[in-house]
Design a binder for this molecule. Structure first.
Ligand code: NAD
Length: 349
């Protein structure tokens, strides 16, 4: 069934959703602004081969709302947005990204954009030809964004281990990483360096082999990652992977990874809690790139990744402590806190 867009916007508090179309380049997509009540919304550009426009719109809505939650909990004075593009073989990539740049420029600073799945330095360079409201991937920009994310996820994971066991004790830990892309590889590298055992599932065989040649990770068949006995399951591929079918297979004590929207629904966070598995909310621990980008755009600061990781771990510890004190799922606690902050900004609370 199609998305009832106005109902969805009203239900989830969206400001605006713009449908994008450019005949010349084949550009098709959506730009969602969930919240710009503090002046600006931030969100990257996802390019993906969506099955249809409904799926793309749904993703745009979910991702932009999650960005608002991420900004709110990270204590950043900005809101969330997202741009999704429907990928297809005949898309004129540089042209489409330049057209995106024109659209972002017309928003005159209400929306800042940057990388996400399918959008790397080359694509961002095309956007930057038309607007300055985009993260510069080069030396004049804020620095490596995925590194900031990987460090935040790593420090979040370490904080969760300390919360559970009082120590990190890496040499005794097994971590299963799903996806060895920018974030998954960065996380695996940090874990291996500290002596943890890392099992990794990656669907791109060439990528998997390249990372395994460089880092001491044990490759496992994709889709077997859910069944591995381990301390931590770290989803670093796409979202929507924890649902009724996968959740019961998990044999870990912690779920902590970089992917956005890992839980299909909030009730899947409740199920993890019922099973005694601690879930470090994705929008808390994967905020590293956002923090780095926002601090650079708003304050001109190039924040070191370790400082970003410490900031993320600090927020996570507050969430985990409250969740423990109230015996509630951490994802619920984090979501509630984010929504009450957004309501305060909007003057609704
Ligand atoms: P990426 O595209 O570099 O890496 C994703 C990797 O996952 C790819 O290598 C892909 O082949 C692999 N993959 C896809 N499906 C898989 C599956 N079912 N099993 C195993 N591997 C699979 O992306 P990234 O930048 O590393 O981002 C990873 C996740 O983290 C995404 O969900 C992204 O939205 C989220 N995220 C990234 C950042 C960032 O700074 N890059 C920030 C916040 C959130």
């Amino acid at each position: 069934m199609g998305v009832h867009i106005l109902d969805a916007m009203a239900r989830e508090g969206f400001e605006e959703v713009i449908a994008l179309h450019d005949r010349a380049t084949g550009l098709r997509g959506f730009l969602g602004i969930h919240d710009s009540s503090r002046g600006r919304a931030f969100g990257g550009i996802r390019r993906w081969s969506y099955l249809d426009e409904d799926q793309a719109l749904r993703d745009c809505l979910r991702l932009s709302r999650a960005m608002s939650h991420k900004c709110a909990l990270a204590g950043l004075a900005v809101g969330g947005g997202k741009l999704v593009l429907l990928d297809r073989p005949d898309l004129d990539l540089p042209g489409a990204y330049r057209a995106v740049g024109d659209i972002v420029e017309r928003l005159a600073g209400r929306f800042y954009t940057g990388p996400d799945v399918g959008t790397g330095p080359d694509e961002l360079a095309a956007v930057a030809e038309r607007t300055t409201f985009v993260t510069d991937p080069g030396p004049r920009g804020p620095g490596e964004l995925s590194e900031a994310t990987a460090e935040g996820v790593f420090q979040g994971l370490a904080a969760t281990l300390r919360h559970l066991d009082g120590e990190e004790d890496w040499k005794q830990r097994t971590v299963v990483v799903q996806g060895l892309g920018e974030v998954g590889r960065g996380l695996a590298q940090r874990l291996v360096t500290r002596g943890a055992r890392v099992l990794a599932a990656e669907v791109d065989v060439a990528r998997a082999e390249a990372v395994a040649a460089e880092l001491d990770v044990e490759l496992i068949d994709p889709a077997t990652e859910y069944d591995q006995r381990c301390d931590v399951f770290a989803p670093c591929a796409l979202g929507g992977i924890l649902h009724d079918l996968t959740l019961t297979r998990l044999r870990c004590r912690i779920v902590a990874g970089g992917a956005n929207n890992v839980l299909v629904r909030p009730l899947h966070g409740d199920r993890l809690h019922e099973r005694g598995i601690v879930y470090a909310p994705d929008f808390v621990i994967n905020a590293g790139a956002l923090i780095r980008g926002v601090l650079f755009h708003l304050e001109g600061r190039r924040e070191p990744v370790t400082a970003i990781g410490e900031r993320i771990a600090g927020v996570l510890v507050e969430v985990l402590d409250r969740a423990r004190a109230e015996d509630r799922p951490p994802a619920r606690v984090a979501l509630e806190e984010a929504e009450s902050r957004i309501a305060r900004w909007r003057g609704e609370a």
